[in-house]
Write a protein that binds this ligand. Structure first.
Ligand code: PGA
Length: 251
């Protein structure tokens, strides 16, 4: 697992955007796996800027990691809305190429199967972008999630509900308790993975993911087993990684 130490959030976001740009330039029909949360916002701003300079997304396909169950696409806290506002409105991915789990699916388990089928039909994900939770989750795969799981319905962890309450007017009762998430197995099938982490609050989770044991108790640790995973950290998120780590490079 390559670890790229960036000096700050801006550099982290630019470096992440370069990964995506390279992928699209090598294969204009590539399939991107996308994440939500605060961390990728800088990346999405950079991609919008690259698009204004000519980067073409017209043949790109995207699959998002997860969506809350019970929220429609227009709900201000839905990930569908987040993606529209923060990325898709600013680039030219055709709407039919955009895939986000349906938070209003009548049969959520069926939606999980369909989502896996759609990913497979698209040829699989070429480059997956990930954030990391304070507890080491990736997507909504909370500690204890078996590595073998594909897209599934998740009961959210209390810490995740608390962390996400900021998107629901800080009202815990408004945060959905369930979500659909790609599983660890779905994520690990991606040909390349780039995990982004910013801020001191992520330092412990990042160090454990990069240097601790590979265990479902720390879901991001599974990335140690991936042949092409990169972890991009700013100085604060990378502050607990050993400076002797042979995988560590300065971006
Ligand atoms: P954040 O969330 O980017 O808002 O910190 C990351 C995550 O929980 O996966």
């Amino acid at each position: 697992m390559e670890i790229l130490l960036c000096k700050d959030y801006e550099q982290l976001s630019r470096t992440a955007a370069e990964f995506v740009q390279r992928e699209i330039e090598q294969n204009p029909r590539c399939v991107l796996g996308l994440a939500t949360g605060s961390t990728p916002l800088g990346l999405y701003r950079e991609l919008a800027a690259l698009h204004r300079q000519g980067l073409d997304f017209s043949s790109v396909t995207t699959f998002n990691l997860d969506e809350y169950l019970g929220l429609g696409p227009d709900h201000p806290a839905s990930y569908c809305r987040y993606m529209q506002e923060n990325l898709f409105q600013h680039i030219n991915v055709p709407p039919e190429n955009i895939h986000i789990p349906d938070g209003q699916a009548e049969n959520p388990d069926q939606e999980c199967w369909d989502y896996e089928r759609r990913m497979a039909a698209a040829g699989g994900i070429d480059l997956q972008i990930l954030g990391i939770g304070h507890n080491g989750h990736i997507g909504f795969n909370e500690p204890g999630t078996p590595f073998g799981q594909t897209t599934h319905v998740v009961d959210l962890d209390e810490r995740t509900i608390e962390a996400n309450a900021r998107f629901f007017g800080h009202d815990l009762s408004q945060v959905p308790r369930r979500a659909i998430s790609m599983g660890i197995k779905s994520i690990m099938r991606a040909r390349k993975i780039v995990l982004l982490a910013s801020g001191s609050g992520k330092a412990d989770a990042v160090a454990a993911a990069a240097e601790g044991p590979v265990t479902p108790d720390l879901p991001a640790s599974v990335l140690q087993l991936h042949p092409q995973a990169a972890v991009l950290v700013d100085a604060e998120a990378g502050s607990k990684i050993s400076r002797e780590n042979p995988e560590l490079r300065r971006s």
